[in-house]
Design a protein around this ligand. Structure first.
Ligand code: GTP
Ligand code: MG
Length: 197
C-alpha cells in the first residue's frame, strides 16, 4: 500500500473525545522509548509527524493520524516509565485501558517490544491483559538495526518460547527498524489487507 497522505487529527486523554467517525484504526502501544512514534513516522514517510525523543515519556496523549483519508494510525503513550508519578500512572492506565476497551474502530493493536531485550514481565502482562480483554494484537519487534541477522532470529525464538508457555500460539509478529526502514512493506500490506476485509 502506498501512503499518499498522512495528517495529524487530534490529541486527547479521553477516549470519548476521539474521532467519532468509524474509520478503521490501528494503535501502537509498548514501553516508553521502544519506538512507537518513530515507527509511525517511518510508515508514513514523515520525519516528525509523530513526536519522538531519546528520552522516554515523550508521547503523553492518544494521537490520531488520518492516513490516505480513510483510516487512522494511533500513537499512544508508553508504559513502564519509572519517572512518571503514581497518580499520573493511574490516570494513564485508565485512559489507555478505556481506549482499548471502548474504541470500536480499533481493528488491531500492535504491541512493540525492543528486539534486544529478553521478554519483560511488563510486556507479557500487557499482552495477557489484551488477550483477557479480547483485543486483537500483533507484536512488532523494534530496533532490528541494533542486532545482526542471526541474533534477531535467536531473540525472536527466545521470545516465542516464553510466550508459548502461556499462549497457544505465537501471535503474528513483525521485525522492524525505523532507522533502516525494515518491515515497512510487510506492515503496510498487513494493514491494507485488514482494511479490505
Ligand atoms: P514514548 O513516546 O516516550 O513512549 O516513546 P516511543 O515509543 O514513541 O519512542 P520514540 O519513537 O520516541 O523513540 C525513542 C528513541 O528510540 C529515539 O531516540 C529514537 O530515535 C530511537 N529509535 C526508534 N526507533 C528506532 C530504530 O528502529 N532503530 C534505532 N536504532 N533507534 C530507534
Ligand atoms: Mg512516542
Amino acid at each position: 500500500m502506498e501512503i499518499k497522505s498522512a495528517e495529524f487529527v487530534m490529541s486527547n486523554s479521553d477516549v470519548a473525545k476521539c474521532p467519532k467517525n468509524l474509520l478503521p484504526e490501528y494503535a501502537f502501544i509498548g514501553r516508553s522509548n521502544v519506538g512507537k512514534s518513530s515507527l509511525i513516522n517511518m510508515l508514513t514517510n514523515r520525519k516528525s509527524l509523530a513526536k519522538t525523543s531519546g528520552r522516554p515519556g515523550k508521547t503523553q496523549l492518544i494521537n490520531h493520524f488520518l492516513i490516505n483519508k480513510n483510516w487512522h494510525l494511533v500513537d499512544l503513550p508508553g508504559y513502564g516509565y519509572a519517572r512518571v508519578s503514581k497518580s499520573s500512572k493511574k490516570t494513564f492506565q485508565k485512559f489507555i485501558t478505556d481506549y482499548f476497551n471502548q474504541r470500536e474502530q480499533l481493528v488491531s493493536a500492535f504491541v512493540l517490544v525492543d528486539i534486544r531485550h529478553k521478554p519483560q514481565p511488563i510486556d507479557l502482562d500487557f499482552m495477557a491483559w489484551m488477550g483477557e480483554n479480547g483485543i486483537p494484537f500483533s507484536i512488532i519487534f523494534t530496533k532490528a538495526d541494533k542486532l545482526k541477522p542471526q541474533a534477531i532470529l535467536n531473540h525472536v525464538a527466545d521470545y516465542s518460547a516464553v510466550l508459548l508457555e502461556t499462549w497457544e500460539a505465537m501471535p503474528n509478529y513483525f521485525i522492524t527498524s525505523s532507522s533502516k526502514e525494515v518491515g515497512k512493506d510487510q506492515l503496510l500490506k498487513y494493514i491494507h489487507d485488514l482494511n479490505e476485509n
